[in-house]
Design a protein around this ligand. Structure first.
Ligand code: PLP
Length: 432
């Protein structure tokens, strides 16, 4: 498999380089040079495939001979250890639940798959790989559990003291084994600055093989395409498919476009956002104007300059007309989101989280102008208990915590306390 940099189509690397480096030296994102259609045989058998089998076929198609069948099956099967069911909300709209993984959000798919690929590519090295990651909460949890007990890799997570939720902190600090947490007296930006400085430090690079678990790594995007096939496999295959995607950095939507490029039948994607509606604006005007982000209750989508927009443009050669043929935009406000969580709980006995609620609303709006019967599916990107206070305040009811969360809350936190100055972090790194 070959990948090119979005800043220079002539700069090409293999899959291993793209996975271990995340970003091209010119700061471009990596994109596959060739995305072939999957075979008719694959689509004929789709209904009978497990999620792991889907993942295997999609990767074999994209990676070509980069990874042998035996190793590829191991990677995919180790990464995909939880289901992605389609659940009916009402007679028209269903949701694809992506929150059954360890950190209760879809980011588990990407983090686990990236961990498996990195471990695969590091297996012939005699030095283990040390992943440094700064987190404001969510990504850290997915990365920590994704890399947990992964051979040849350790993870050091830096998080800002007092600025992550209880559940998030437990996800970062209770795993043990190859996962280490540093609680930094400072902000998320301070944590990120420490990580950046560490990558440039000679002494640390002598001692460690350092890498990052960057959100724009192609290894996080690829597995997100698997669950679009998984969704379509579960619905009526005589109808057209409309999929609404609550979006922030647009990784999920881009993964959906990859699935379509590989031949999956999706008539329309709805790019659904909160008040950070840069992409819906682009879709309606043709102009892309990044802005500072606005804080909302669907905070994982508070992004003012989505990192995967450039990948979306690559897939369409920046042809706005072609983009709008496949993608519609939708956006809404916090007030509307809260009303919707309440309404869907009362009418349909389903608890939406603030992100999924935006996907549901996007489907409802789209249906209004269409008379034909179609499959309307939105991605439920996180479990509602991750936004406990917001959700419980409107449904006036306690949410059941999943068993794995209850167990987590009883575990003991272990973290190294550090101040935000680089020398103290460096000393920790050199003495451990
Ligand atoms: C990360 C995240 C999103 C946004 O996904 P993108 O792929 O960045 O568009 C939406 N919802 C939740 C719960 C998330 O954690």
């Amino acid at each position: 498999m070959q990948l090119y940099s979005t800043n220079n189509p002539n700069y090409k690397v293999d899959l291993k380089t793209a996975v271990l480096k995340s970003l091209a030296p010119d700061k471009g994102l990596y994109m596959p040079s060739k995305i072939d259609r999957l075979s008719d045989e694959f689509f004929k058998n789709l209904k009978n495939y497990s999620l792991s089998e889907i993942g295997f076929h999609v990767c074999a198609n994209l990676f070509q001979d980069s990874i042998g069948a035996y190793d590829l099956w191991k990677i995919v099967n180790n990464a995909l250890t939880f289901p992605a069911p389609v659940v009916k909300i009402n007679d028209k709209i269903s949701t694809l639940e992506l929150f059954h993984g360890p950190s209760l959000a879809f980011k588990d798919f990407g983090a686990r798959f990236m961990a498996q690929l990195m471990s695969h590519y590091n297996k012939d090295e005699n030095k283990k790989l040390t992943i440094l990651v700064a987190t404001s909460g969510d990504t850290g949890g997915a990365v920590a559990s994704g890399f947990y007990k992964t051979e040849g890799v350790e993870v050091i997570i830096l998080y800002p003291k007092g600025k992550v939720s209880d559940i998030q902190e437990k996800q970062l600090t209770t795993l043990g084994e190859n996962i280490y947490a540093c609680e930094i007296e400072g902000t998320f930006d301070d944590c990120q600055a420490l990580v950046k400085t560490a990558f440039l430090d000679d002494d640390l690079n002598d001692k460690y093989r350092l890498s990052s678990a960057n959100s724009i790594n192609i290894a996080r995007l690829i597995p997100q395409s698997f669950y679009y096939f998984e969704a379509i496999k579960q619905v009526d295959n005589t109808k057209e498919n409309i999929i609404a995607i609550p979006s922030g950095n647009f990784g999920n939507l881009t993964a959906g476009l990859l699935a379509k490029e590989m031949g999956l039948s999706i008539e329309k994607f709805i790019a659904a956002t909160n008040e950070n509606h840069i992409v819906p604006d682009y879709l309606s005007t043709g102009e892309y104007n990044p802005k500072p982000s606005i804080a909302t209750i669907s905070n994982a989508m508070d992004v003012g300059n989505p990192s995967n927009f450039v990948r979306m443009m690559e897939l369409y050669n920046k042809d706005h007309k072609a983009v709008t043929k496949d993608i519609s935009g939708y956006w809404t406000t916090d007030k509307h989101v809260l009303e919707t969580i309440k309404r869907v709980y009362e009418n349909n006995d389903y608890v939406l989280d603030p992100h999924g609620a935006i996907g549901f609303l996007a489907c409802e709006e789209y249906i209004q102008n269409i008379s034909k019967d179609k499959n309307y599916i939105f991605l439920e990107t996180a479990h509602p208990c991750k936004f406990l206070d917001t959700v419980e305040s409107v449904i006036d009811h306690k949410i059941d915590l999943p068993q794995r969360v209850k167990e987590l809350l009883n575990k003991k936190k272990e973290a190294t306390q550090l101040n935000k100055a680089f020398p103290s972090f460096k000393e920790y790194m050199l003495s451990r």
